[in-house]
Ligand binder design. Sequence first.
Ligand code: RIB
Ligand code: CA
Length: 313
Amino acid sequence: MTSEAKPKIILDCDPGVDDAIAIITASRWSEIVGITSVSGNVGIEHTTSNALKMKTLLGINAPLHSGASKPMKAEPFHASHVHGQTGLGDTDLPEPNSLPDSDDAVAFILEKTREEEGIHLVPIGPLTNIAQAIETDPSLVDRVASITLMGGGAGVGNVTPAAEFNIFADPEAADVVFRSGAQLHMLGLNLTHQVLMGSEHADYCYELNSTVGKTAGDLLSFNGRTHGTEKETNLGAMHDPCAVLAVTHPELFVSKPRSVVVELEGSFTRGQTLVDEREWLETEKNCNVYYEVNSEKVIELILQSVTEASPNG
Ligand code: RIB
Ligand code: CA
């Protein structure tokens, strides 16, 4: 893919082990015009520092702007049991050699999307920054190419039986986004659980004998251990890179237009993305829900990102 053909994205993230793999993937297959951090897997200090570490590791020139330190209404909710205390598992990256370009992710998102047409917003953490940007300037949704998010799902959750982490962590923010009228693409757990990576992929990365390869190997191995669906193969779902690749390689996915609402009140279902699968109803279809993926090719592209980011790969 030549550089002029690469889709432009702003990656809104909460690194996060799979977010870090998504940054590697995005650096190869997209034109990253900005990275924004949000509180999610771990607190904003760590998500921001982790995004800076990945920027330094990969030599990404795009700016990084830190964002929301807490959800719009919910109490902060983290996932250090899945991503490690600092959020990047057991990687040993050096402290970042730069500071964020600002602490106002919302202002950056609004200004950058006024400057440049055709940017995809790719949120892969709680939707707090995106919701605040939309509330500040609702016309945002008309000037971005899409909002393509990892979150929610058409089926079971991972925090509760009904709710996925990114939505559960800030349901009010998700509600703003799903009601915004944006060109919305939802890659939820029903999709991302089809993309499983583990020991064999980590070993491939280690054998590249490079810093990026070792970092990716550590991340994939840690992800398998904490997400592990099958202990002996250390396989874990690789959620966030799917949202990036849905923008850069849409041919690898199948989605359907659906009506999706975010449950805010349910005693057992708060944070659920309720998908109306009843195709015979004339409901307003506010979201493209993703159902199928060419998992083998997605994994190949993720590993190719690691290889090509490794100078001696
Ligand atoms: O439920 C998976 C999502 O929650 C991923 O984005 C992961 O990084 C966590 O933020
Ligand atoms: Ca994430």
